[in-house]
Each structure stands twice: as C-alpha cells, then as structure tokens.
Design a protein around this ligand. Structure first.
Ligand SMILES: *[C@@H]1O[C@H](CO)[C@@H](O)[C@H](O)[C@H]1NC(C)=O
Ligand SMILES: *[C@@H]1O[C@H](CO)[C@@H](O)[C@H](O)[C@H]1NC(C)=O
Ligand SMILES: *[C@@H]1O[C@H](CO)[C@@H](O)[C@H](O)[C@H]1NC(C)=O
Ligand SMILES: *[C@@H]1O[C@H](CO)[C@@H](O)[C@H](O)[C@H]1NC(C)=O
Ligand SMILES: *[C@@H]1O[C@H](CO)[C@@H](O)[C@H](O)[C@H]1NC(C)=O
Ligand SMILES: *[C@@H]1O[C@H](CO)[C@@H](O)[C@H](O)[C@H]1NC(C)=O
Ligand SMILES: *[C@@H]1O[C@H](CO)[C@@H](O)[C@H](O)[C@H]1NC(C)=O
Ligand SMILES: *[C@@H]1O[C@H](CO)[C@@H](O)[C@H](O)[C@H]1NC(C)=O
Ligand SMILES: *[C@@H]1O[C@H](CO)[C@@H](O)[C@H](O)[C@H]1NC(C)=O
Length: 781
C-alpha cells in the first residue's frame, strides 16, 4: 500500500481531483478553504490506539437487524439484544480503533485504510442498541395522525430536534467519528468566520447557485457552533451572512427585485433552505425583529415565488415541478419545504402552509423517482449527490418537524438501493463519473448515506460514508447512529450488475479498502432520460489500478456554451461538443459518427460472487473473476453486430477488453488517459506511466493493421461544426490512445497489465481468444 507521504507528491499542478464537482474545490478560486492549499494532504485526526496493533478477543458477528431500524425504539428486533456482552465488546473494539482511515489521499481525497486484521471491530455491519450511552433517546414527539402542518412545539424542528442536541455532548465524548466531525465543523466555522460574506457572482446558466450553496454551508456551520457554545459571536456572523443575502449587507447583492434568481430556481431553493435553517436552529437567539426580517425576506424572494410555481402562475420558473425525475425537483421541493416548516406558525402570509400542501406530493411523484429500479441515479454519479441531499434534507426535516416521512421513503420501493449505487459507482480513486459533473458542491455531500442507513436499516451505508472526506458536517451529527459498528466491506460483494430498462452498467474491483485496488466499470444504458446530463457513451469504461485512474472521463462541457442543454435528440447541439460526443468517450467510434440516441443496449454479467472479509488486507483467490458483455448493436448506425466485453483475469490483477464487431464503416477504438504513452516499435503494445506507476497495454491476436496510435483529445477533422462562436474546452494532459481499422469484422482484444510491485512478468497471464458470445465465468481458465 502506498504510504501517505508518497501520495502527497502526486502531480501538484493537477486541477480539481473531481473536476468541477469537487466538494472542496471552486473552479475559479481553487479550494474553498484558503487555509487548506490544494496540494497539502489533510491528515485526519485519529483517536484511540493505532489500529494495526489491536487485537480484541471475542469476535462479534452480529446479524443485521431483521426489521427496519427505528432509532432503536424496539430493542427486541435486534438479534444481539440478548447478548449485551458481545454488543459492548463490539463497541469497545470500535472505539479502540477510532476513526479507521489514517488520512486522505491528497489527489483523490479518498480514505486510506491501514493494513489490519481485526475481526472484533470489523464485524458484519450492524447496530448495537444495548449501549444507552450511544443510542439516541426516544423522541417524545410521536403524533398518531401526522400532518405536515401539525408541527412539534419545541425548536429546532429541522433535522436536529432539541432532544438530540441535549444528548449530543455525551455521544461526542464517547464516539470517535462524532468527536472528529464536531472538531472539524468547529474548524470549518472558524475559517468561514474570518472570511467576508459571500460575494455575489452571477455565473450564466448556473445562476447564483454557488453563492446559495456556499452561504448554506456557512449557515449550517455557524448555527451548529452557536448552539454548541451559546457564544453569540456565531449568531452575529450568521446574521451578517443573512443580511448580505437579503441585499442589506455592506456590499450589493444582485438586482433590486428577484434577488434569489427565480429563473434558476435551484438558487432560490438553496437560499430558502439556508434561511430556514438559520431561523429554526437559532430561533432562541434572534430578536423578534430579526425573525420578522428573516421571514419577510424569505417570503419575498423564496416562498412567494414557490407558491406561484404550484399555483400554475409561473411555468417559466417552475418547469422543475412537472415530470422532472432529477435533482432539480429534489432540491427545489427540499428547500421550500425546509423553509416552510421553519416559519410555519409565525408566518402571517399563508405561504408556508400553502407550500406544505404542494411540495410533498410533488416530490413523491418526481424526486422519489430519480432512483431507477436497481438504485441507479437517473442523471449521473455526480448528480446523485444533489438529488439525494435534497431528498434526505426534506425527508429528515418532515420526520423531525411533523413526525412522518409522508411516503417519501417508501413511494419508490427501490429507493433504498441508491446507497448501493453510490458505493459501486465509486472506484478506489474516484467516481465512475460519466456524463456531466454538476456545479460545485459546497453544502451538498454524500451524507444522505448516513440518513438512509438508519431509515432503511442499512448500516453499511453509514459505515461507508463516515470515512469519507465530506462526512464532517452538521447533518451527520444528527443522522449518524453512534451504535453503528462493523465494517462496510465485510461481506460486501466486489461486483455488482445494475440492470434494468433505464440503465445497464456493471462495476468490479479487487478490494474495497485499498486505494491501489483494481477497479473497472462499464456502461451500456439508454442515451436519453438523463435530464440532458448524459453523453453519447454506450460502452464507455473507467479503469483504476495502483492508486490512479488509467482510463478516465473528461467531465462536463461548458454549461454556458450555446445550446449545451438543448435536448437529447439525435440532432441536438449538445452532441456537437467533444466531451459529449461519442469520440470523447472510452468506446468504439464507427464511421466517425455519434451513437444512435435510441440505443437500447442489453447486458450480461457474471461474477464469482467474491466478498471481502473482516480484514482490510484482501487478496482475491486466483479463480476470483467478473465479466460483463454488452450488445451495443443498437447504439450504432453502421454496424451489423457489435458486442463489447470487459473481464478481470488472474485473480483480478489484469483486465481484458474485447470488441467483437462487424461494421460497415471505419472502426476506431478510443481511450482517454492522463498517462504518458509510449508505443512499442511494432505498435501492438503501449506503456502508460502516471503518478509514478506503470500500465502495460497490449493488442492480443491483432487483426491485420491493428496498431496503437496516440491523438489529442480534440474534435476530429470532418466533424460537424460547432455553433458559431462556440469552442470545445481544452483537455490538458489528456492523450487518446487509439486503434484505427477500416470497415470489416474483427475481434479486437486489448489486455491491460498494471505493473504490480512484486508480481513477476511470468505471473501475468495471456488469455486465450474466446468470442464474447462464449464468455462465462470459466471460459478463460
Ligand atoms: C467540539 O469541538 C470543539 C472544538 O474542538 C470543542 O471545543 C468542543 O469541546 C467539542 N464538543 C464536545 C461536546 O466535545
Ligand atoms: C473543513 O475542515 C477540514 C479540517 O480542517 C478541512 O480538511 C476541510 O477542507 C474543511 N472543509 C471545508 C468545506 O471548508
Ligand atoms: C446554552 O444555553 C441553553 C439555554 O440556556 C442551555 O440549555 C445549554 O446548556 C447551554 N449550552 C452550553 C454549551 O452552554
Ligand atoms: C432587508 O431590508 C429590507 C428593507 O429595509 C427589510 O424589509 C428586510 O426585512 C431586510 N431583511 C433582512 C433579512 O434583514
Ligand atoms: C432494500 O429493501 C428491500 C425490501 O425491503 C430489501 O429486501 C433489501 O435487502 C434492501 N436492500 C438494501 C441494500 O438495504
Ligand atoms: C428516469 O425516471 C423516469 C421515472 O421513473 C423514467 O420514466 C425514465 O425512464 C428514467 N430514465 C432512465 C434513464 O432510467
Ligand atoms: C485526468 O485527471 C483529472 C484530475 O484528476 C481528472 O478529473 C480527469 O478525469 C482525468 N482524465 C482522464 C482522462 O483520466
Ligand atoms: C432537430 O430536429 C427537430 C425536428 O426536425 C427540429 O425541430 C430542431 O430544430 C432540430 N434541432 C437542431 C438543433 O437542429
Ligand atoms: C452509416 O449510417 C448512416 C446513417 O444511417 C447512413 O446514412 C450511411 O450511409 C451509413 N454508411 C455506411 C458506410 O453504411
């Protein structure tokens, strides 16, 4: 395993590790926390004894709760409840280990897990509710007939009711993650404290969304620290941010009317959420005058426009409320709901009550359906963050304020699978980040995983997320169940096939806990139905090994480019931009033409079913494998037949990518990489070097004329012209590895051999040639 310090030397000049979607990165100003230069690594504070030396007696293999986990209101549902000794030993083992990862990789911001075997701490994911010091107390507010406007009488109402605040200090004292997060939130709030209020910036098609989310992020931190300290300096600082966003600060904030930019309603909704949180969490600190001013501004710029949307008076700003199965619906309904719940009862306009009559049903019919039947997000892996944050904030606020999720968790019976999507779409270095990456995240995180863990009795979701760099924020303090124990990887399959009419994609890896692990993911998936955030990318794949990404994505085009979002139709302007075109993906290009937007791929997948065990040190057995084959004939205009397959070889140490194609037009194999590429003299093999590591790539049984060449990641000569004045974004550092063949019938087999330290050349395998139609788990033995 690469050490922390070695990783610190990764390409310091590299841009944002997650493209423009990086939670800590702002494309114009760099990392949002000036105190944290992007090159520096954030070594995580560790509590407790070094994990590597711990051996705790008495392995605990507690079964996962059989019923939905309801904050432990019923301990009898826990298989462990009859055995407090084993429960407490699991918790003491967990507390002794502390925060598992020893730090984050500075390039990819992923957790670095120490090499350790600890069957007591790294047991099957579970809850151990026998520990009263860690369990949340029971909420005394439990209406028998909940209604959105029958709201609890104490404050706060949103996400963090008073009984949880009261219980929090003792839980922080006895739980390492809560302790670490609390400390980080204080640090973050201290950083924001000394910054001037957020400066107004109108960013074309993304409006003032960055402003709204940055303000929301700050308000959450200030409000948290204010309540934890009773120090009014935090309340005053929150007020300065509120005044600023109301246009009453020391510098101007947008136009005189419509300050929250209803034309891009996400902005309006995120400002509304921020004001709602401030109003509710700091309720006891505000004067009546301040409360009146917050309500006034909130109604003027947020809730009144929201009511207009639902009353059908504002189609132009309210398109997101009708048949939109994407993040817009979640974020807009979520922000309006939080704000309405916050001021309901004090609100004299009627807007709050009116909105609560609309938003919940609307989100059930739209937002809840952003999750496809296998858990995949309807848009992209990055847009999942926005959709689930909106959904989780809204649902959690309704549960705490009004005592019910009102169906938001159950109306889509497969919503609970979305955590599985997030885990499998995330490779050891970064997301399988197909399609658009979305705007900067700021207040948006993956902490919905922690909320869904408790709501759906899926402790592995919280165990996965609590180790991530974005886990430390106020919501986690209240969503996290401190009795969560075990290891998310224990018993988790390495592979998963996501396969239904809306999407077909597969993920495979060699370990869940090693940044150096091999990871390969490939998609078929229809090219329409993604809210215009997809690419023409059937057959696209990413490949991680040796702590870096060898085959990667180019990400978003310029959201402000002419007609970038015009449609998903074949003739859309969107498909003129290189990053969205088929040639901009890691797939086959036929006749230099974009894929057919009506593609209807099918997928076959096989897996040895390998699961990781308790240890973070894991080596799959030599027969452990996985493969996926897509029939992509329908994605092309000029092919008679085309299947693309990907499989792991040699105990998941090597990868074979095979294209069996019969095409009437020219065939071009393309892969985008940040590596430096050197092609052998014969042209059938290439050496890729990146981040101090090496990958050998070889064409097996090369068809006549098949050789590697390299190209720049730019549009091809002969492509249709871009709209006048438009340009493609540059892709600095990216090389396209290509193989070009004339029309014909081929089996194109490309073998990837990561140069693993300690693996002799004689231990690499050369697979036999097997047609994709004959691939099986044992076809390459
Ligand atoms: C939370 O973190 C702050 C800053 O480190 C610390 O002063 C405070 O004591 C912590 N709260 C608890 C309850 O431990
Ligand atoms: C919060 O603080 C931590 C620890 O100082 C830092 O690594 C992280 O970048 C900060 N996050 C934000 C969003 O400022
Ligand atoms: C803050 O004030 C409230 C209300 O007086 C009190 O209940 C709470 O214990 C105080 N918290 C701290 C950290 O002083
Ligand atoms: C901002 O100023 C306007 C005009 O004086 C006032 O009506 C409103 O309440 C103020 N809002 C806030 C949040 O201070
Ligand atoms: C999702 O819910 C279904 C139905 O309750 C259940 O069978 C399944 O195990 C759950 N999946 C996960 C990953 O929690
Ligand atoms: C997105 O969700 C809607 C509603 O469930 C569905 O009709 C549509 O086919 C989905 N799109 C994809 C790509 O799954
Ligand atoms: C190149 O590296 C950047 C930064 O880590 C990443 O965003 C991008 O996806 C990578 N590109 C490819 C083609 O791997
Ligand atoms: C695409 O074709 C449709 C239907 O013919 C037409 O309405 C639309 O304007 C065309 N779009 C572009 C960008 O050419
Ligand atoms: C490729 O497909 C296009 C669109 O269907 C068609 O116009 C063209 O003639 C085809 N070319 C070949 C070489 O088959």
């Amino acid at each position: 395993m690469a050490t922390y310090d070695a990783l610190d030397s990764h390409s310091p000049s590299r841009a944002s590790p997650f493209g423009s979607g990086d939670p800590y990165y702002n494309s114009s100003t760099g990392f949002v926390t000036p105190a944290t230069p992007k090159k520096s690594a954030s070594k995580w504070v560790r509590f407790g004894v070094p994990a590597g030396v711990l051996v705790i007696a008495g392995a605990v293999v507690a079964a996962v709760l059989a019923t939905r986990h309801h904050g432990h209101s019923s301990t009898s549902s826990n298989s462990d409840s009859g055995n407090p000794a084993s429960a407490s030993s699991a918790i003491s083992a967990k507390n002794a280990v502390g925060v598992y990862p020893t730090g984050t990789d500075s390039e990819f911001m992923v957790p670095l897990y120490p090499s350790t075997t600890n069957s007591a701490a790294f047991s099957t994911p579970t809850y151990n509710p026998s520990d009263a010091a860690l369990e949340w107390p029971q909420d005394s507010f439990a209406p028998s007939n909940p209604a959105p406007t029958s709201i609890r009488t104490d404050r706060p109402r949103l996400i963090a009711p008073k009984y949880k605040w009261d219980a929090l200090p003792s839980r922080i004292a006895s739980e390492p993650y809560l302790k670490y997060w609390n400390q980080t939130i204080f640090q973050n709030a201290t950083t924001y404290y000394s910054l001037p209020p957020v400066v107004y910036f109108m960013d074309g098609s993304s409006g003032i969304l960055d402003n709204a989310r940055e303000i929301k992020m700050r308000i959450k931190a200030f409000s948290y620290v204010a309540r934890m300290t009773n120090d009014t300096k935090w309340v005053d600082r929150a007020w300065a941010e509120i005044q600023n966003a109301a246009g009453n600060g020391t510098t101007s904030f947008g136009p005189a009317t419509d300050k929250w930019n209803t034309a891009h309603f996400l902005d309006t909704a995120e400002f509304s959420a921020a004001f709602g949180i401030a109003y509710d969490w700091l309720y006891d600190f505000w004067t009546d005058d301040q409360k009146q001013q917050i309500r006034y501004t909130l109604n003027l710029y947020g809730l009144q426009p929201g009511v207009s949307v639902f009353q059908g008076n504002a189609a132009a700003i309210g398109w997101w409320a009708t048949n939109i199965y994407g993040n817009w619906n979640c974020v807009c309904n979520g922000g309006l709901t939080m704000a309405a719940l916050a001021i309901y009862g004090d609100d004299t306009t009627g807007n709050a009550a009116s909105l609560l009559g609309y938003t919940i049903n609307n989100a059930k019919q739209n937002c809840a359906l952003t999750v496809t039947p296998d858990g995949t997000n309807n848009e992209t892996a990055n847009y999942w963050y926005f959709a689930t944050t909106g959904h989780a904030e809204m649902t959690s606020s309704l549960i705490t304020a009004a005592g019910s999720d009102f169906g938001l968790l159950s109306v889509n019976p497969n919503f609970n699978l979305t955590g599985l999507f997030h885990m499998h779409v995330k490779g050891p270095t970064s997301l399988f980040n197909y399609g658009d990456h979305g705007p900067n995240k700021f207040s948006t995180t993956a902490n919905s995983m922690i909320f869904y863990a408790s709501q759906y009795n899926a402790p592995q979701y919280a165990l996965f997320q609590r180790d991530q760099a974005d886990a430390a924020e106020p919501w986690s303090m209240f969503w996290y169940d401190a009795t969560t124990t075990g290891a998310f990887w224990n018993g988790l399959p390495l592979d998963h096939a996501f396969n239904n009419n809306g999407d077909q994609w597969a993920s495979m890896r060699s370990s869940w806990t090693d940044i150096n692990a091999l990871y390969a993911a490939m998609k078929g998936s229809p090219l329409q139905g993604h809210q215009t955030h997809g690419d023409l990318d059937c057959g696209d794949f990413v490949l991680d090994a040796l702590g870096t990404r060898w085959a990667g994505e180019l990400g978003s085009g310029d959201y402000n480019a002419p007609n970038y979002f015009d449609s998903e139709a074949q003739n859309a302007t969107r498909w003129l931009y290189y990053r969205k075109r088929t040639e901009g993906q890691n797939t086959i290009l036929v006749n230099q033409q974009n894929q057919n937007v009506l593609a209807n791929p099918t997928m076959t997948q096989g897996s040895s079913g390998t699961t990781q065990g308790s240890s973070t040190v894991f080596k799959p057995s030599s027969d452990s494998t996985s493969f996926v084959v897509f029939d992509l004939s329908s994605a092309y205009f000029n092919v008679t037949s085309f299947s693309r397959g990907l499989r792991l070889l040699n105990g998941r140490q090597q990868v074979l990518l095979q294209d069996d194609i019969n095409a009437a037009g020219s065939v071009m194999w393309r892969m985008h990489t940040n590596a430096t590429v050197t092609i052998s003299s014969g042209g059938t093999s290439a050496t890729l070097t990146l981040d101090g590591q090496t990958m050998q790539v070889q064409i097996l049984n090369p068809p006549s004329g098949a050789t590697f060449t390299t190209a720049q990641a730019v549009r091809l000569a002969g492509d249709p012209a871009l709209p006048s004045g438009a340009t493609d974004q540059p892709n600095p550092g990216v090389t396209v590895l290509t193989i070009s063949l004339p029309a014909g019938q081929y089996s194109l087999q490309v073998l990837f051999n990561p140069q693993w330290p300690g693996l002799q050349q004689s231990n690499y395998v050369t697979p036999k040639s097997v047609p994709l139609s004959s691939w099986s788990l044992t076809s390459h033995n």
